[in-house]
Ligand binder design. Structure first.
Ligand SMILES: [Cu+2]
Length: 479
């Protein structure tokens, strides 16, 4: 067998075992385990065109990993040396980004940091040490610009779990739920997921608002959890008394989502894969593109329920999954609006003060409205990417980054290869919450502390693909 066949077989083996497929919503038993020996890569990802069957009535073409959406679950131990062989069976260069991992710039999967591409109809090996432990993920990091069939508009995403040796594993079932939109299009129609709360403090709201009309924005008519619309595919089957660990991921290109599970609470234990100081039960989880939320749900309300987006339009267009208790099959699934829609990161933190930062870096984000036939452009400190002078870090120093959002959209801001700690959100202090992506609300402000401990070029951007593509990006450079 030649090398090409071997790699194909590697990917095919992943599928054939069934272990890696997240169908319908969980891979509760053996995930793809790395091979113990041999010269072959631990994991193989093959990028190729594929069909996704969202329901018996709806199928669409996209590009995915190993012919499955999400891609295979990559599960590894903390500290393990991992090799991933990526085969690109498409006509364009690709980048696989390891979101939330501490990896060098050359393997991080970002062109701007100098990672080499996986060439069209070629292959590239990525090697790294798996850290830190927690819920991570991998996805395409190509620019898409006006092509809504590239980058994160496609099905190129998957869960990546780094298991810690000291995880108590205090749950009965583990499920993986990726939120997705499909068939993106451009429109001036305002599909804003969640109108800003008028009671929000909006510390960054200017005295006079920009009167120019907004540009075309990315919308989507179809939604799913993993690869199935609500009602299609198998339900999530549970038993009364079980504790179910839910790994939620927003793998979409454009929208912040809020989900609820009627009659149940989500006990949030980790944000972006990092355990929170004060786990809390909540009715609603808000999750932006790039973010992960890990929550334990105690199954103590027998019935058949819909876990789904709280906006009726999004849920009815597919963003939901039926949760079915044992011996309840005859019932119709029930949806109830949650008692509260509030989401506030700071409740999961601790009051402890932060050590003083060595330096403060202010970052101001503004929109240049594109008008009815154009696209909005985005400025970081007055400039679109690239900037002639990048932000400079010195190894070992602690930086306080202040994100000033002077626009009327919420933005999930992501930093590569590092974690930051939330210091303050719209004036509310908190500590101990470590994330790699944070939503800065419309006209809001977030302050985070970043320890410069991962030398190398470090990309910073809004995780909404269109915003990233049209200027909302910056590089941090180590001195
Ligand atoms: Cu944005």
């Amino acid at each position: 067998m030649n090398r090409r066949d071997f790699v194909r077989l590697g990917c095919a083996t992943v599928i054939a075992t069934g272990a890696a497929r997240l169908r319908p919503a969980f891979a509760q038993s053996a995930p793809v385990a790395p091979k113990a020996t041999g010269r072959a890569a631990d994991f193989t990802l093959r990028i190729a065109p594929m069909m996704v069957e969202l329901s018996p009535q709806v199928a669409l073409s996209t590009i995915g990993y190993c012919n499955t959406v999400p891609g295979p679950l990559l599960r590894m131990r903390e500290g393990q040396h991992v090799s991933v062989e990526v085969v690109n069976d498409t006509d364009v260069p690709e980048y696989v980004h390891w979101h939330g991992l501490f990896v060098p710039s050359e393997v991080d999967g970002a062109e701007e940091e100098g990672t080499p591409p996986v060439p069209p109809h070629g292959r590239r090996g990525y090697e790294f040490v798996a850290k830190p432990a927690g819920s991570r993920w991998y996805h395409s990091h190509t620019m898409a610009m006006m092509d809504l069939h590239r980058g994160s508009y496609t099905g190129q995403f998957g869960f990546l779990m780094i298991d810690s040796a000291n995880d108590p594993g205090n749950y009965d079932q583990e499920v993986f739920l990726a939120l997705r939109e499909w068939e993106y299009f451009l429109s001036t129609m305002d599909q804003d997921e969640m109108p800003a709360d008028p009671n929000d403090p909006m510390p960054e709201k200017p005295a006079t608002l920009d009167p120019r009309p907004n540009g075309l924005e990315v919308n989507a008519p179809l939604y799913s959890i993993n690869d199935k619309m609500l009602g299609a595919g198998d339900p999530l089957r549970v038993q009364s008394g079980q504790r179910v660990l839910m790994h939620l991921l927003n793998a979409s290109a454009s929208q912040i989502h809020r989900v609820a599970f009627p009659a149940h609470k989500f006990q949030v234990i980790a944000l972006d894969g990092n355990p929170v100081p004060a786990p809390q039960p909540v009715d609603t989880i808000e999750i932006a593109p790039g973010e992960r939320v890990d929550a334990i749900v105690e199954m103590n309300q027998p019935g058949v329920w819909i876990l789904g987006e709280i906006r009726d339009a999004a849920r009815q267009s597919g963003m939901g999954i039926v949760v079915e208790y044992a011996n309840q099959r005859q019932q119709r699934p029930v949806w109830l609006a949650p008692p509260t829609k509030r989401w506030d990161y700071t409740i999961f933190g601790k009051p402890a003060p932060h050590p003083a930062a060595d330096e403060t870096i202010d970052m101001v984000f503004e929109k240049v409205p594109g008008g009815p036939h154009g696209i909005n452009h985005w400025l970081v400190n007055g400039k679109e990417y690239p900037h002639e002078r990048e932000f400079l870090l010195r190894q070992g120093r602690r930086y306080r980054l202040v994100f000033h959002n002077r626009s009327d959209d919420s933005h999930p801001l992501h930093i590569h290869r590092h974690l930051f700690e939330l210091v303050e959100l719209n004036g509310k202090p908190t500590a101990g919450i470590k994330k790699d992506t944070v939503i800065v609300p419309a006209f809001g402000r977030a302050t985070v502390d970043l320890l410069a401990d991962q030398p190398g070029l470090t990309l910073f951007h809004c995780h909404i693909q269109q915003h990233m593509d049209f200027g909302f990006m910056a590089l941090f450079r180590y001195a």
